[in-house]
Design a protein around this ligand. Structure first.
Ligand code: PLP
Length: 392
């Protein structure tokens, strides 16, 4: 890590905290200009050396890019990983993990998961010869029972799981999965590397839709994987990214790196606000239930308290007591919350998920998904309270 000035005694210096490294995007100073914010590398091609080699390590922009690498270094640091790889979207990152599997492989996935990935697997798995089995991942016995030793090659988990915020015990799942010789990959988008570091709990690969809290400003579509080790699977995933042209563009990587500088502040503020709203909404007469792992009565709370640090995330869902029509009417009547899909941005979003997820979704029709941003908690509460009262 280029953190030092010439003459510094690096060995004698204390290690910096992650938030310090992220705030400075690893603190690299551009050697040519001494710029504190690194330049954006847009070139798609690079001059060959007279000896026919590429000593810089760059030859063409589809396999690799310097701005992408700089951004990957920040995420690898946050995930305590030896390497991270950026993709053009969260779906492209997930697809690369599944793409490393072979026909005939058995895969276990959660019943509660990002609906787009469930739908993609539903289309792709039969074409590619993968056998996909969905289990209730908050029930470790169900996971154990689903594993087929020798045939199961991958278990995919998502915790907290979108949109019910179901919690899976990562450490216990890793033990079960590894015991059968399979790998554990995790969609950790809703936890962020601030609340959970899945690799330290035994996961092999962690994935984020970086479109969400990592970027945080709803202006970049990106995905990332971080690995526990530099092995043949990681190499294969790298060749899938390069061969299929799934790398993130440099401008998006630059914006994402800017977002990462404030990740700690945003996650702290958004999770604190989500926890406060969850507490207040659980007493609201118009709300049947609040789904949030930070609430003591939540079925996932004990595990979440063990594996999440510094909060329980910025996502929660509410079930509207008067039913589906009232839920849709509530979303229609808010003024500050924005009626839109996605999550993790600084602006708070509300969405009637059943309308989006369609058949096969475990999402109840009266559910509204809330992504909590950085606005005033009082304003957010008052706006939704007024909408609930008008709708109910
Ligand atoms: N995983 C989760 C939990 C998501 O919410 C999303 C997108 O909403 C994805 C994965 C897919 O990410 P992207 O939209 O960046 O492809």
């Amino acid at each position: 890590m280029a953190q030092t000035e010439p003459g510094d005694q690096e060995a004698d210096r204390p290690a910096f905290e992650k938030r310090s490294l992220a705030a400075q995007a690893m603190g690299r100073i551009d050697p040519a200009t001494r710029a504190v914010v690194p330049p954006l590398h847009l070139s798609t091609t690079f001059l060959r050396d007279p000896d026919n080699g590429y000593a810089s390590g760059y030859s063409y922009a589809r396999p690799d890019n310097a701005t992408v690498r700089e951004c990957e270094a920040v995420i690898a640091m946050l995930e305590e990983a030896p390497a991270a790889m950026l993709f053009g979207s969260g779906m492209a990152a997930a697809a690369a993990v599944f793409g490393s599997l072979a026909p005939g492989d058995h895969i276990v996935v959660p019943q509660v998961m990002y609906w787009g990935l469930r739908r993609w697997l539903g289309t792709e798995a039969p074409l590619r010869g993968w056998e996909v089995e969905a289990v209730a991942m908050d029930d470790l016995d169900a996971l154990r029972a689903a594993i087929k030793p020798g045939r199961t090659k991958l278990a995919w988990i998502e915790t907290p799981g979108n949109p019910l915020w179901t919690i899976t015990d990562i450490r216990a799942a890793a033990e079960i999965v590894h015991g059968a010789g399979a790998r554990l990959a995790i969609d950790s988008t809703a936890a962020s590397p601030i609340h959970t570091r899945p690799l330290s709990l035994g996961a092999d690969i962690v994935m984020h839709s970086a479109t969400k809290i990592l970027n945080g400003h709803s202006d970049v579509v990106a995905g990332v994987l971080a690995t526990a080790r530099l092995d043949a699977t990681w190499e294969r995933i790298g060749s899938i990214r390069s061969g299929s042209g799934a790398i993130l563009g440099p401008f998006e990587a630059y914006l994402l790196m800017r977002g990462l500088r404030t990740l700690h502040l945003r996650v702290a503020a958004q999770s604190t606000a989500a926890a406060e709203l969850a507490q207040r909404f659980r007493r609201h007469p118009g709300i049947l239930a609040v789904l949030y792992p930070g609430l003591p009565e939540d079925p996932g709370h004990a595990v979440a308290a063990r594996q999440m640090e510094g909060g329980f995330g910025f996502m929660l869902s509410i079930r509207v007591r008067a039913g589906e029509d009232a839920a849709i009417a509530t979303a229609a009547r808010v003024r500050l919350w924005k009626r839109a899909t996605s999550l993790g941005g600084v602006e708070s979003l509300i969405e009637h998920r059943a309308s989006v997820e369609g058949a096969g979704s475990p999402c109840p029709p009266d559910l509204l998904r809330l992504s909590v941003g950085i606005e005033s908690v009082e304003d957010l509460y008052a706006d939704l309270d007024a909408a609930l009262r008008m709708a109910g």
